[in-house]
Design a protein around this ligand. Sequence first.
Ligand code: R5P
Length: 350
Amino acid sequence: MELPPPSTPENRPLSNPLLFSGNSNPQLAEEIAKKLKLHVGKALVSKFKNEECRIEISENVRGSEVFVVQSTCTASNGNSVNDSIMELLLMIDALKRASAARITAVVPYYGYAKQDKKTKGREPISAKVVANLLKITGAKRMVTVDLHAAQIQGFFDGPVDNLTAMPVACNYLKHEGLCDDKIVVVSPDAGGVHRAELFAKRLNSSLAIVFKRRPEPDVSEVTDIVGDVKGRIAVIVDDMISTGGTLAKAAEAILERGATAVHTIATHGIFAGEAIDVLERSKIERVIVTNTIPFPNADKHPKFVVLSIAQTLADAINRITTNRSVSELFTEDDEKKIPVITPAPPPVPA
Ligand code: R5P
């Protein structure tokens, strides 16, 4: 009989997983907790009058496995990206000093990710700085979704589970009949080709690539399209929507080449500045995102669909607490495990 591996501090399941949330996406944290049959731990996550973040963990965490859910984005209460980061860091510090046994930062959307290299001299590598801060503060591991570039995993000196929204997205697209030779999956830039290829494979459809250039930050121009889009519904696949310019411009170019309609799907709906207006005015028929980032009043925008990523995150957390494989979550039939259509619940009234 094969003996189980010896129990070590690294592989021993910790008791009493606890889950806490900052202010950036409390609705998602609640949803995850519900799926795990946990409650969101009591904590004061607020601000002093001088605008500094004020944190107090109100529950005993000694010896516990703790997950802190916080997307590093503009918060549902209007707090800035930087506030969200600071809240996360201070929560981790408070938990560490309160003797939590292991702290995992669950960062469904990892901000500053686009600044993952120097594109010219005298620029910071901001994605690395955020990873350093998380590690130094006391996060032992990180769970995230669709990092802008997978190699950002290497910036964090500890285990990173970079989950993907692809099963949730493909499940929805198939349910809507957006699959097979009816559609063409489109990457909106050269950097997204690998992601689009994986989508095309799952959706059993062909692939096209838009080439874009950025004359300046946050401005995009289409330079070329490779692949046949004529007579098909184009589904543009991206990791994030910031200003909406990439998708709006790509949609115009694709329709000019004879696509019959354009739908877009992206994991992270940042919707910076005028993005919602830009997309509403665009020729895109449907803009699909997940709830890694809160989308207040989504129900007021009929063109937009928000899918929930809570089940994927809950499954990953569950597997981490029991030392089971996380990559096994993403198998050929992973879509079957996700309930058909998972629109996020309506936002919690303020
Ligand atoms: C670029 O590399 C990303 O994958 C997205 O295409 C980009 O961040 C979208 O930005 P925007 O919506 O501002 O065009």
